[in-house]
Design a protein around this ligand. Sequence first.
Ligand code: SAH
Ligand code: SF4
Ligand code: F3S
Length: 435
Amino acid sequence: MRAPQVFIETFGCQMNEYDTEVVRSILKARGYGFTDSADSADVVLLNTCAIREKAHNKVYGHLGLLKPLKEERGLVIGVLGCMAQNLKKDLLASDALIDVLVGPDSYRALPDLLEKAAAGRKGLAVDLSEYETYADIVPDRIEGVTAWIAVMRGCDNFCTFCVVPYTRGRERSRDLISVVREAEALAASGCKQVTLLGQNVNSYRDGVHDFADLLGAVADIRGIERVRFTSPHPKDFPDKLLEAAAGHPKICEHIHLPLQAGNDRILQLMNRTYTRAEYLALVARIRRRCPDIVLTTDIIAGFCSETEAEFAETYDLVEQVGYHSAYIFKYSERKNTIAARKFPDDVPDAVKAERVSRLVELQRGMSLNKNRALIGKTVEVLVEGDGKYADQWKARTDGNIVTVFPKTGHSIKPGSLVPVRITDATVTTLYAHPA
Ligand code: SAH
Ligand code: SF4
Ligand code: F3S
């Protein structure tokens, strides 16, 4: 009998990308095959994100597209991930298309649920676990130069706007040794860069080691040339981590340091547990130790009751820090969060949009200037693969800036670390020539 073919579509963050690889591994072990389109699939799984309204709408849109396929040939449809966890039975009840609903801590139950669904029985598994880390599962990755490794799961920070503590449950870390083994296996298969993932990597603890220990241990692995991590929370960035990052040549000079807002009242309403002054002091401390560090951030504009004067403080802080790039979001109220229960979502949508566009404008100007300042410099980049055109390589600098350069000569291939000279720059991309 032909193995049932599964098509998985992934939405949301890198943690979800990683989880899709875990799900592939679990399904492969049970005899499932994979296909890259819904048209040739027996099972379609959507690994969903719940972080903002837009993320939800995207999933509903994709479900709509699957309707004719389901009617035509009884496709099994599963919704996985954060939206499944957040909406639970509501989603199963409200949408006749969905057969299976599985939250981020329940993927081991997926094969059994899919078998039942093929026999016509709907099912769900949405229990959150205090222990599940999938540490024993080797993710089924598309082999390449870069890979993610989830080193911890869940989040205990309860920022008032955020749904993640509810969709991914309590914080838990994997043992250092299981992460190191996974990275060693990746190095052996030709991977050059690993990115260690967690909602707040500074909370990583395996009983013996902290995150600085883990970062150092992974960077020491032969064959791994670059180590990245995301995200650290600004409330607890220890000197030990800064030393590890600054002192080890393989740990990249890039820190993603989510700001969210630059006004103290809003930061407090968000439960971020740091002040504007503390954040700025942290940036100064990081820059004293690593003057060339690339800093990036996340910002939310139009959080509950944010005034124009308070927003102006966020704008001012963004300008003061001079990030290399930033993800800027409109506040989007999420069901079940503390903000949704306690504070009215009272900034009009048009005002949120206008604040976002002012920040985007400011950031674009700064990104362009920072990229332009690199013109004429020679930097080392890691080649990831083809660029948009087949005669170009796409690579990244140590600071994570996308760099494109022409294919000349034959010695360069994906995984090569090569010096290039920057010749031109846009807001998002550097253009270069082999040096
Ligand atoms: N754990 C990470 C954040 C993960 S979510 C951290 O704390 O760094 C990624 C980003 O989405 C957040 O940094 C925040 O800027 C944004 N975000 C989260 N909830 C949001 C909401 N309700 N509305 C708008 N943006 C949100
Ligand atoms: Fe959400 Fe805050 Fe946890 Fe990040 S630290 S995942 S923003 S609750
Ligand atoms: Fe990631 Fe979205 Fe869940 S950002 S943790 S997939 S809500």
